[in-house]
Each structure stands twice: as structure tokens, then as C-alpha cells.
Design a binder for this molecule. Structure first.
Ligand SMILES: Cc1ncc(C[n+]2csc(CCOP(=O)(O)OP(=O)(O)O)c2C)c(N)n1
Length: 589
């Protein structure tokens, strides 16, 4: 295995230019060898190898606070700060975080996985440092994609006005995950990028230092050393190449930003997401049909076309499938504008990033009661990204919004039908949530008794399991275990309409059941189970309710099974909770 002999940060500062170049080459080889085995943000990290070495050469981390935006590009930083040995554990339970993580190192100044936070957080740090007359600097290292987040603009604006000695390092590789677009892309692209960007950033109030070759360590060191002397805001504009040094990344549409394990020679296996058929693929197939049938339909995504499987839609409908760049708030608000003009917009979000648009969902879509459809993929556990990637917190906030309809399809066929029906005549805002994992084969039985909001999958004498679509497999398992081990006959009902809830039907089912188990892969406070409990209480139903879901906490990255066990929602764990709650059941075993 390639193991670069990584110097301590102090030794690094004594190294010569030639040694630093060699170190960059060794680190690059190490990254390719390791990440091709484990999967990870390979393309993004290969672009910042020299940049990161130069940062650590010039600045004194952690006293100088290097804040990496999004945190996905920190692999060289992790190597230089003593974590080289942890790379084989990437994408394993309890292994090294894919992102910058404070629990791993004092050199990791923030926890992040959502883009655009670095400048604002670094400005707070810079303010505090100035306040204590510290000689150390705060730095924000941010990509050109993340720079288009509204929050990044807010930070840029404030810092310029407050004259803070903040160093913004703009890592410009022309890419978000997909090729970057919009005004920032215009500003930083083309032959005259230095002139345009210099005018812009200087105009805002920044000292502007361009580094045309971001793989030239000497040039980087010179620029960082100059910035270090300044006592006012400075922006260092570094041109880098995403996927640098990995031949198969050259022609890859995303320069292999992230990939599951792949063959480093041929690129075989390179995939930004799970290879099996997913709900996102099913939804995209429905969207393709709808685009063909209805010229009023517009599809939007804030820079995550891969996660929503939209690539072929862009190719066929370039005017009606819109990537708005990394700007979730804008995506939601622009969709409202389309709806105001009688169009039928659909915004494809990953639910974890939809949070950014909280107020546009509430203040714009819901208050104006506009027929905007939001598709939220990765609801529930989100696999091996970061604890902040899980889609666990949507249901409580979404169901608190007046006018919002919240749907969770029973299965993939239902997802398709739901989208078709919704788009015939959309009324008011609606969010349709669906999971990240591959569609289970075979899909769980939904039964034949379905109404608008609920599928009464199977009846039961002793109790009822009420679940959401992504827990239907678990509901079947639990019913089976209850029957096999304790001769208990529990029915199953799967709720599609989380809001408006089919209250009458639920009240009726639970009143005759007496014992109710709710299953959700979502946070418990304010969630599906809470809502069911409230409905039963409000309607004087005296059923005993056991709520299974994620307690009030954050959950590490991991597979669905690993996260379920960690949260106590694996079916054998639920069975144990049932035994504790209703001990008489155990006596029947
Ligand atoms: C708020 C938010 N939206 C979307 C994403 C998904 N995402 C992760 S990295 C990335 C691209 C980042 O591009 P850039 O900042 O230019 O960094 P690069 O990877 O090109 O170095 C995107 C879209 C995210 N992490 N956070």
C-alpha cells in the first residue's frame, strides 16, 4: 500500500519546494489507492491537495482557524493532521467521517456537510479573534459551487462591510457536483476571469489575490503568505482541477466528485450513488412521462441532478428541467413564481438540503397556498454521508405548516401513481418523501384495501401496526415475529397521507385494536407517532400506543441496518420494547 511519509505540521514548514511537490504526489497516489477501495469524495479531494499543503505550510493550524466549507474536501487536511491510518475505515460503521468532523481532530474547526456556512462561521471566529487581539487568522475555504449559496453571499457581504481580517480561499474548479452554472460561474470562467473577478471582489471591498495554477505549491504559498500579512478582508482565487491525477475522472461528467468503490485504471464501477434501482429512478421515470404529456410542467433541482436521477430529463427537456445551482432557497421561491404564472413546478430536493428552504416552503409556498410540488429523496436514514445528511427531521416541521400536504408513498408503484395523479391538477403545496436505499425486492405486500391516505394491509385481532412506507418491510417482519413467538395477531396499516391524515379511519382502526405500534424512520418528537397519539387522545380513543422511531438525537452515518440498530428500531429491538410495554404478551410465548 502507498503510504506517504507524512511530516508533522512543524516539519512540513521546514520542507523545501521540491519535497512539498513530492509530498503532494504521494498523497494523491494514497488517495486514489484508498478511496477507490472504500468510495468517497475522490474528485473533490484530488483538486485541493497542493492547496491544503500550502495552507498548512503557511498557517498555524489549529491556532489559525481553517474552516472548510461543506467539509467534503478535507482528506489531505486529515492526512496532514494525523489521520492517514483511518482511511481504510471510511464508509464503515464508526469509521472515519467523510467530512470534516470536530470529534476527529482539534484541527477540524467546524462540523459541516451542508454547503455555504464557512464564511459566516469564520466571520464569527474572526470577530472573536479581533476582539481578543489575537494574531491568528480565520480562513474560509470554499468552492465556486458553494459560493453560490445564499448564505455564502450573506457572509461575503457582511465581512466586506465589517473590514474583518478574514481570508476567503475560493477553490474554483468550475464544478459543483455537476458543472457549475449561473453568475458566479460567469464571473470565474472565461479567459478574462481574473479581470472580472478582481473587479467584483475588489468592488465588494476585498483584497483580491488570484492564483491561476492552484497546483503550483510555490504560487499558493506566496499568495497565502501575502494574505497573512493583511489586516483586512482578502479573497484568494485559486484555479484547481477537479479529479486531478485520476485519468478516468477527466471525461467523467462530475469529474468523479464522489464515487462508490471503483477501478482506478478504467473507472469501472464509478457511481455517485447506489447502483441498484432506487425510488429516485422511479420518480424520474414518472417525471419524464409527465414532461412529455404536459408542457406546463417544470422540473427544478438545486445542483443535485444525480441524487434525483434527472440527467436524461435535462437532455430531452433543456428548457423545462432547470438546475438552479447550489441555492435551495432560490429553487423553492422560483418554483413559487412559476406557480403564480399558472405553471406546474416540481422541485427535486434531497430532504436534508430542503431544510435550507424552510422559510420559502412556509412563507411563500404555504402562505400563498401555491400548487408547488416538492419531491424529497433520502427521507429517513441517508447512508454513509454524515450525521447531518439523514432526512430525519422533515415530518415534524412539514406537518406543522398550514396548507402543506405531506405524502409518503406505500411503495415504488404508489410513488409513480401519486406523482401522476398529483400532476393532473395540483392544488396547494405538497411534499412527497421517499427513501434513499434501493427498492426492496420483492416489495412488501400493500394489500388491496387502499384509500386516499391509507392502505389497510392486513387485519389483526390483538393490535395494529401503523407505519410509513419506508417501514413497511419492518411492519411485516414485526407482525410475523409477534405471531411466531407470542401467538399475537397484529394488523398492519400503512399511512401515505401524513398530512392531511385520514383521521377517521385511523381512529376507527385503533379503537378496535387497543394496542397500537407506530413505526417511522424519523425523529420521534413531533413526528408521525406523536401525531397518531394526539389524534387518538383528541378523539378519546383509549388505545395504548408504543412509538418506534429515532429518539431526540443525531445519528452517525451508516447503512440502514446499522442506523436502525443504533437507534433501537431494528425489529428484534422493537419486539423487546413491546414485551416490556405489554408484559402479558411475553407470557404467551
Ligand atoms: C446546502 C447543500 N446543497 C447541496 C449539497 C450537495 N453537495 C455537496 S458538495 C457539492 C458541490 C460542491 O461544489 P464546490 O463547493 O464547488 O466544491 P468542489 O466539490 O467542486 O470542490 C454539492 C452540490 C450540500 N452538501 N449542501
Amino acid at each position: 500500500m502507498t503510504r506517504p511519509s507524512v511530516p508533522s505540521l512543524n516539519t512540513l514548514k521546514q520542507m523545501t519546494g521540491g519535497d512539498l511537490v513530492l509530498l503532494a504526489e504521494e498523497i494523491r497516489a494514497f488517495l486514489i489507492e484508498n478511496i477507490s477501495k472504500t468510495g468517497g469524495h475522490i474528485g473533490a479531494n484530488l483538486g485541493v491537495t497542493e492547496l491544503t499543503i500550502a495552507l498548512h505550510y503557511v498557517f498555524d493550524s489549529p491556532y489559525d482557524r481553517i474552516v472548510f466549507d461543506t467539509g467534503h474536501q478535507g482528506y489531505t487536511h486529515k492526512i496532514l493532521t494525523g489521520r492517514q491510518g483511518n482511511f481504510p475505515t471510511l464508509n464503515t460503521w464508526g469509521g472515519m467521517n467523510r467530512f470534516i468532523a470536530r470529534e476527529e481532530s482539534t484541527h477540524d474547526i467546524i462540523d459541516a456537510s451542508h454547503a455555504g456556512t464557512s464564511i459566516s462561521i469564520a466571520s464569527g471566529i474572526a470577530w472573536a479573534l479581533r476582539n481578543t487581539d489575537s494574531q491568528y487568522h480565520a480562513l474560509a475555504v470554499i468552492g465556486d459551487g458553494s459560493m453560490s449559496e445564499g448564505l455564502a453571499f450573506e457572509g461575503l457581504n457582511f465581512v466586506a462591510g465589517s473590514d474583518l481580517p478574514l481570508i476567503v480561499v475560493l477553490n474554483d474548479n468550475g464544478m459543483a457536483i455537476a458543472p457549475n452554472l449561473g453568475g458566479i460561474h460567469n464571473l470565474t470562467g472565461g479567459e478574462d476571469w481574473q479581470a472580472k473577478s478582481g473587479l467584483f471582489f475588489r468592488g465588494l471591498g476585498y483584497e483580491y489575490l488570484p492564483v491561476p495554477d492552484g497546483h503550483n505549491i510555490e504560487a499558493l504559498i506566496n499568495a497565502f503568505s501575502e494574505a497573512r500579512k493583511l489586516t483586512r478582508p482578502v479573497l484568494i482565487h485559486v484555479k484547481t482541477e477537479k479529479g486531478r491525477g485520476l485519468s478516468c475522472a477527466k471525461d467523467h461528467p462530475y469529474r468523479m466528485h464522489f464515487s462508490m468503490p471503483f477501478d482506478p485504471e478504467t473507472g469501472a464501477g464509478a457511481s455517485p450513488t447506489v447502483a441498484e434501482r432506487t425510488y429516485a429512478v422511479v420518480a424520474a421515470e414518472a417525471l419524464m412521462n409527465i414532461l412529455r404529456d404536459d408542457s406546463n410542467v417544470f422540473i427544478m433541482t438545486p445542483a443535485t441532478p444525480y441524487a434525483s436521477s434527472l440527467d436524461s430529463l435535462f437532455a430531452e427537456f433543456p428548457d423545462r428541467v432547470i438546475d438552479v445551482g447550489m441555492s435551495e432557497q432560490h429553487a423553492a421561491a422560483m418554483a413559487c413564481g412559476l406557480a403564480l404564472e399558472g405553471k406546474k413546478p416540481i422541485v427535486c430536493f434531497q430532504t436534508t438540503f430542503m431544510q435550507r428552504a424552510f422559510d420559502q416552503l412556509l412563507h411563500d409556498a404555504c402562505f400563498m397556498n401555491l400548487p408547488v410540488t416538492f419531491l424529497g429523496v433520502r427521507s429517513g436514514f441517508a447512508g454513509y454521508d454524515s450525521p447531518t445528511h439523514h432526512g430525519l427531521y422533515d415530518i415534524p416541521y412539514l406537518q406543522s405548516f398550514p396548507n402543506m400536504q405531506v405524502m409518503y408513498p406505500f411503495d415504488s408503484r404508489d410513488l409513480k401513481e401519486l406523482i401522476f395523479r398529483r400532476m393532473e391538477l395540483p392544488a396547494g403545496p405538497m411534499v412527497i418523501l421517499y427513501p434513499y436505499e434501493p427498492i426492496p425486492q420483492p416489495e412488501p405486500d400493500v394489500g388491496t384495501r387502499m384509500s386516499e391516505g391509507i392502505a389497510e394491509v392486513t387485519e389483526g385481532r390483538d393490535g395494529i401496526i401503523l407505519c410509513i412506507g419506508n417501514r413497511l418491510v419492518a411492519a411485516h417482519q414485526l407482525r410475523e415475529m409477534l405471531s411466531r413467538e407470542y401467538y399475537q395477531d397484529f394488523g398492519i396499516a400503512c399511512v401515505r397521507a401524513i398530512k392531511p391524515l385520514p383521521t377517521e379511519r385511523i381512529v376507527k382502526l385503533c379503537a378496535s385494536a387497543q394496542r397500537v405500534v407506530t413505526l417511522e424512520e424519523s425523529t420521534l418528537p413531533g413526528g408521525f407517532g406523536s401525531t397518531i397519539s394526539v389524534v387518538l387522545s383528541d378523539n378519546d380513543v383509549e388505545a395504548s400506543v408504543l412509538r418506534s422511531g429515532v429518539a431526540d438525537r443525531f445519528v452517525p452515518a451508516g447503512s440502514k441496518d446499522e442506523c436502525s440498530r443504533e437507534c433501537g428500531i431494528a425489529t428484534d429491538q422493537i419486539l423487546q420494547q413491546i414485551r416490556q410495554r405489554w408484559p402479558d404478551i411475553a407470557n404467551k410465548g
